[in-house]
Design a protein around this ligand. Sequence first.
Ligand code: BGC
Length: 753
Amino acid sequence: MTIAKHIFFTSICFFVFNSCASESNEQSVDDRLNSLLSKMTLEEKIGQMNQYSSFWDVTGPAPKEGSTAKQFEQLKNGLVGSMLNVHGVENVRKLQQIAVEETRLGIPLIFGFDVIHGFKTISPIPLAEAASWDLEAIELSAKNAALEASAAGINWTFAPMVDISRDARWGRVMEGAGEDPYLGSKIAHARVKGFQGDDLSAPTTIAACAKHFAGYGFPEAGKEYNTVDIGAQTLHNMVMPPFKATIDAGVRTFMNSFSQLNGVPATGSKYLQRTLLKEKWNFDGFVVSDWSSIEEMVEHGYAENVKHAAHIAVEAGSDMDMQSFAYVEHLADLVRSDIVDEQLIEDAARRILRVKFELGLFDDPYKYCNIEREKATIGHEKFQEATLEMAKKSIVLLKNQNQLLPLKKKGLDIALIGDLADDKTSPLGNWILAAENNSAVSVLEGMKAYEGNNIEFSVGAKLNIGPLEFAKELKINTTDKSDFAAALKTAKTADVVVMVLGEHGFQSGEGRSRTNIGLPGLQQELLEAVYKVNKNIVLVLNNGRPLALNWAHKHIPAIVEAWQLGSQSGNAIAQVLYGDYNPSGKLPMTFPKSVGQVPIYYNFKTSGRPNLPSPDEVFWTHYQDETNAPLYPFGYGLSYTTFEYSDLEIISQSGTTIELSVAVTNSGKFPGKEVVQLYVQDHFAQPAQPVKSLKRFELIDLKPNQTKTVRFTLTEDALGFYDDDGNFTVQPGEFSIYVGGDSTANLTTKFNL
Ligand code: BGC
């Protein structure tokens, strides 16, 4: 990097210049909005509600025919308010120029993009980041993503996805923060803060979007886009809290969802978008539909045709139409025929324009279009450093029998086996639209950077044998074992075998549900074959969802959960394997023993028959062929050191404010970090509450033999729940507290309210 580039980058990061110091800024946003709206025709207002995906090679000649020509004409006539999937200063500027210079009112476009886990520099998938429980790091990760994306012309991300999910079959769990509403809320808040910063009008921050409102994480049978049918308790206590947390963090946009919630497509739900979001929560930003989710209400069997769908969606409060063409084609007619109230259009356009004002686009529509800044920012090494830190924090040590890990740095013969060990694309994960394939550091590269050991790589079995395309199914190798023999030969004589197995980055994400959540393809067979010749195996997992790994857990001495960790994946994994970083991640989602246990989650409700009444009796809540326990519980994760918990005490109680303390000691040999978790159980309530719920946590550092006293203060928010109408309530009675290093924590105390 040149010095000039560095200086430019540094100054852009730390000096938020105010390009908005124009005369017009002295007027309030409301005055400016009123004045603009008074000049707009009905069609122009509807135009603001219309969003298209990049429909034409923006740097090429204008399209002359077909639907893209029509879209281009609409753009020039002020009938497009936003674009998605356009990035790069040159491309964005070109389209912005049309909006600003060629349309009657010159209203700038807002440019959205799926900046989900990084932009060009890719950070760990969101589920992995959630495993860090490190809110500052997660906020920084989102901030860096905003810095990089905004330098490429983007001013709006479709993130964070805050959908709680308990179903590992659903591929999109990779994009969320797991199963818990409390952890999910904290992370949702951190991500919004990271993207939006304290000043949305700064050229380095972007508008965030809480999605998918609401319930999308509960599709029946874990099948993508499937029906969601959940009760009021699950809706208000599990699904809603992270969305509410984004409101508290000042999120400026929401995205609704593809799925039906209790019979009503979320896109057409007035209850969700108007009653709850805009009225009860006072949200004054705007709601964008999910991709073509307005017209899909026809396929849902909810609307008669696209025009009817437009009618339902606008009345329900869906402000911007992503890619359905429904609003631009039908709303004007619906208003003129007195079917839709024009005030609804006015309200939607106002909301969208408000966010454009807040971004500062009316003061400088090209503020995200600085080519020098783009050159100096994209791919900056600072992002690589930050993403490496984030990646290390995201790793979860699942098993470490006989302290097989960390590995010695010298003198070992290591067999490194598995297609994923040498893969430089899969670790990037799923949302990598602006990233370059083949750009991640592989495990092979990361381990080779440590020169003291002899590393021999063998693929073992190819994982994916088809093309790699975002929208296409992968073709998983289930037959070709021709590489087995070489891998077994390498493994046989090695001191240690490191096997990198799991899912390809494109096996989780949107449209990627699975019914079998074991190791895909031939990998289980390969693992068992290698185990026969060498039992000294470290299994490094790459995956975007919890996997069912019963066999591996029973046999393999060391297991490291490394998810899809992004651009620096291989370096992070190597540093953990060699002990240069002591893992501290904790699972944000329960790992089942078998897919048949799914959905499995720690905050379940006990049944009327939770316990075995007498040996071999069948009349209790259980399976005949599997225990009720998960393979790894929520909140679980080991370290190279050990932690002991003691002296849990209630220090004081005054009404609903309770102060507690607990002592945590590092009883092992390494310095380490521990996530101290506090769970609350409300023993009886109407409606009945979960067996326990995470209510507080703290990340602490401890040196060997060091003890820290951690204090927690519980207030009303930790002791109550939402009733069926979504109102918060605290009921008197008996409560238990559990504190420990995962959700099976059993150091306990009680109090009464
Ligand atoms: C996804 C959204 C995403 C949108 C735009 C949809 O398919 O569900 O999460 O933001 O596409 O790319």
